[in-house]
Design a protein around this ligand. Structure first.
Ligand code: S3P
Length: 436
C-alpha cells in the first residue's frame, strides 16, 4: 500500500516521454501470441495490467523472451496453438486484458477461468458473454452481470453481426478476436467510434479487416503473421503532464513520442476548445499509428460541453478533464458518460467526491457532471478507490491546491504508469510516493 503526497508546484518545465501505450501493448502481445512466426515488440508497457496479459499468455505455452522488459520477442503459436493453463488466469486490475483474452479463448479447444482483483471482480463481463453466446460459445460468470471469475468454454465460434449498445473498444475487440476463429465474416457495429487499435493491428498482422464508419468486419478463419510492433507512448499517460502544464502558473512541458490516433486525442480537441495553449509537433507514422510531440503551456481556460460521440475519444481522460474544468471560467458539462460508472471505480461518483473534498463546486448527474469554475482548490486527504486514473488526476489537482494533498491507494498507479512519480518530479512537480 502506498500514498502519494503532492505539494503545490507553481512552476513546471521539462520534457518527458510517457511509458508505452497500454491499449497497444495488450494487443501487441496478444496478436503476437496467436500469430505464426515471431513478433518483436519494442516499448512494451511495464505496467501490471499489460504484464498480467503477457504472463497469462506465457502460462498458455507462449514463449516470450524478455518478458519483464520493454523489448520482447513473442514466439507465436498460431491461432489455435495455446495450451490449457495449469491454473486460473489472474488478470489483476485489467478489464482490457480480461475482455480481450475472453475473445481469444472463445476459439481454443479448452475451458479457462479468468479471475481479477476486488475492482475487476465487480465489473460487468456480460457485455462480452452475450456476443460470445451468440457465436455459440458458453461463458459462465458471477451474478446478473457475469462478473469474474469467468469461465470461457472455448470451441468453434460462428460468425455474427453484432450491434453493440456501448461504444467500447473492449467489446469490439473481443468479438473481432473471436471472429478470427469463425468461418465467415464477423461484423461489429458500435453506436460511436471507440479506439481502433485492434482493427489497425489486425490489418498489420495480415488479417482481412474492413471498416466503414462505426462498422468493422473481420474474415475468418484468419492467419496472422508475426511482425515488428513499436509501441508509442501512451496518450492517456501523457495527458497528466499536459494538464499539469496547462494548470500551473509558469509552465511549459513537452510530451514526446506520444500516440496521436484520432480515436484517442479527444482531450486535445477539448483543450483547444477551452482555449489551452497546446501545439502538436513532429508528427510521423509508426506501425499504422500517428505519433508526435505535444507542447503545453500555462493557459487560461473557458468552460465547455463534452458529450455524444466525443466521449469515447477521451473516456479515460474524463476525471482529469473534470479537474481541468475546476479552473475554467464558467460551467463545464460532461454528459453521455455513464460508462465511467463501470471502470476501475465508479469514476463519476469518485471524481465528484474528490472534487468536493478539494472545494470545487460540482453536480453529479446519472451520466456525467457539471463543474462550476473557476474555484481555488484546497488540499485534501483522498483515496484512489483502487483506480489509477483517479490517483493520477488528483495528483495533478494537488499541484494547484493550497497545501499538501495525500492520495492513498497510490500503488494502483503501477497498473498503467510505473514511472509516473519520477516523470512528474523531472518537470519540477513536488510529488512523492511513500509506503503507507
Ligand atoms: C480500452 C478501452 C476502453 C478504456 C480502457 C482501455 C482498450 O474501455 O477505458 O482503459 O484498450 O480497449 P472500453 O472499451 O470498455 O470503453
Amino acid at each position: 500500500m502506498s500514498v502519494l503526497r503532492v505539494s503545490p508546484s507553481r512552476a513546471l518545465a521539462g520534457e518527458i516521454t510517457p511509458a508505452g501505450d497500454k491499449s497497444i501493448s495488450h494487443r501487441a502481445v496478444i496478436l503476437g501470441a496467436i500469430a505464426e512466426g515471431d513478433t518483436q515488440v519494442t516499448g512494451f508497457l511495464q505496467g501490471e495490467d499489460t504484464l498480467n496479459t503477457a504472463r497469462a499468455l506465457a502460462a498458455m505455452g507462449v514463449r516470450i523472451d524478455g518478458l519483464g522488459t520493454p523489448e520482447m520477442r513473442v514466439h507465436g503459436v498460431g491461432l489455435r496453438g495455446l495450451q490449457p493453463p495449469p491454473n486460473q488466469l489472474d488478470m489483476g486490475n485489467s478489464g482490457t486484458g480480461l475482455r480481450l483474452l475472453m475473445g481469444v479463448l472463445a476459439g481454443q479447444g479448452f475451458s479457462t477461468t479468468l479471475v481479477g482483483d476486488a475492482s475487476l471482480s465487480k465489473r460487468p463481463m456480460d457485455r462480452i458473454a452475450v456476443p460470445l453466446g451468440q457465436m455459440g460459445i458458453r461463458v459462465e460468470g458471477q451474478g446478473e452481470k457475469c462478473a469474474p471469475p469467468v469461465t470461457v468454454h472455448g470451441g468453434k465460434p460462428r460468425p455474427i453481426e453484432y450491434h453493440s449498445l456501448v461504444a467500447s473498444a473492449q467489446v469490439k475487440s473481443a468479438v473481432l478476436l473471436a471472429g478470427l476463429y469463425a468461418g465467415g465474416t464477423t461484423r461489429v457495429v458500435e453506436p460511436a467510434l471507440s479506439r481502433d487499435h485492434t482493427e489497425r493491428m489486425l490489418a498489420a498482422f495480415g488479417a482481412d479487416v474492413s471498416r466503414e464508419g462505426c462498422e468493422v468486419s473481420v474474415s475468418g478463419v484468419a492467419r496472422l503473421s508475426g511482425r515488428l510492433v513499436n509501441v508509442p507512448g501512451d496518450t492517456s499517460s501523457g495527458a497528466y503532464f499536459i494538464a499539469a502544464a496547462v494548470l500551473c502558473d509558469v509552465a511549459q512541458v513537452v510530451v514526446h513520442n506520444t500516440l496521436l490516433n484520432p480515436t484517442r486525442t479527444g482531450l486535445l480537441t477539448v483543450l483547444d476548445r477551452m482555449g489551452a495553449d497546446i501545439t502538436r509537433e513532429n508528427e510521423t507514422s509508426q506501425t499504422g499509428e500517428t505519433v508526435g510531440s505535444i507542447r503545453a503551456r500555462t493557459s487560461a481556460l473557458r468552460a465547455t460541453r463534452i458529450a455524444g460521440d466525443e466521449i469515447p475519444s477521451l473516456i479515460d481522460e474524463l476525471p482529469l478533464l473534470a479537474v481541468l474544468a475546476t479552473q475554467a471560467d464558467g460551467s463545464t458539462e460532461i454528459r453521455d458518460a455513464a460508462e465511467l460508472r463501470v471502470k476501475e471505480s465508479d469514476r463519476l461518483a469518485v471524481t465528484a467526491r474528490c472534487l468536493e473534498a478539494m472545494g470545487a463546486t460540482v453536480e453529479e448527474l446519472p451520466d456525467g457532471m457539471i463543474i462550476h469554475g473557476p474555484t481555488e482548490l484546497r488540499n485534501a486527504a483522498l483515496d484512489s478507490q483502487g483506480d489509477h486514473r483517479i490517483a493520477m488526476s488528483f495528483a495533478v489537482a494537488g499541484l494547484i491546491a493550497d497545501g499538501q494533498t495525500t492520495i492513498t491507494g497510490a500503488e494502483y498507479v503501477h497498473t498503467s504508469f510505473p514511472g509516473f512519480v519520477r516523470a512528474m518530479r523531472s518537470i519540477g512537480a513536488d510529488v512523492e510516493e511513500a509506503q503507507s
